[in-house]
Design a protein around this ligand. Structure first.
Ligand code: IMP
Ligand code: MG
Length: 183
């Protein structure tokens, strides 16, 4: 692992702060119109979705409950281990509620599949899935979320909540990490 500085480690910026903010606003109004007046439980999948979740909730002009779940499938690598582990469960009861799962990125799709199974067993009224990014070439189209911020190529990205071994989560933009940092 070779981590130096963003100037040295980021190959190029995919989405700037401004581009991200505009897309988040559009997703927020799309979600609100789908809700039809219902008060959803907004679920943040920690830690990667934290920035997206907060910005999204702040843009949604409606009543909501906010809750957090933490799962891990990665360890310190750049590919999922395939084993998803629940680290922190929700605090609230989602039975008969409209649930919106907010994810950072869909890669293999294993995490979102696991989450949908876990939460649908609790009999919510509905589940809507939203992911900020989607590496659509990496998974079957049946695993696509209901709403997506941006489709991206199969490259390892960091920033706006996404990390490499906990580095670069707090960058305000999405950038491609140079492969030399993890090879
Ligand atoms: P999946 O289970 O393979 O779909 O992996 C989803 C999780 O892997 C995401 O929630 C991220 O935490 C992590 N992940 C996948 N691709 C990237 C990436 O390019 N950068 C940072 N994290 C990633
Ligand atoms: Mg995640």
């Amino acid at each position: 692992m070779l981590i130096r500085s963003p100037e040295q480690d980021i190959e190029r910026i995919l989405f700037t702060e401004k581009t991200i903010a505009a897309r988040v606003e559009a997703i927020a109004s799309d979600l609100v119109s789908r809700l039809n007046g219902s008060r959803p439980v907004m679920i943040c999948v920690l830690k990667g979705a934290a920035f997206f979740y907060i910005d999204l909730c702040r843009c949604m002009n409606c009543a909501m409950d906010m809750d957090f779940i933490s799962i891990s499938s990665y360890g310190a690598g750049t590919r999922s281990t395939g084993i998803v582990r629940l680290i922190k469960d929700l605090d609230c009861n989602i039975t008969d509620r409209d649930v919106i799962i907010v994810e950072d990125i869909i890669d293999s799709g294993l995490t979102i599949q696991y989450l949908k199974q876990l939460l649908s067993a609790r009999n919510p009224k509905s589940i809507t899935t939203v992911s900020f990014l989607d590496k659509c070439a990496r998974h079957d189209s049946s695993l696509k979320t209901d709403l997506t911020g941006f489709d991206i190529p199969d490259e390892f990205v960091v920033g706006y909540g996404l990390d490499y071994a906990n580095y670069y989560r707090n960058l305000p933009y999405i950038g491609i990490l140079k492969p030399e940092c993890y090879r």
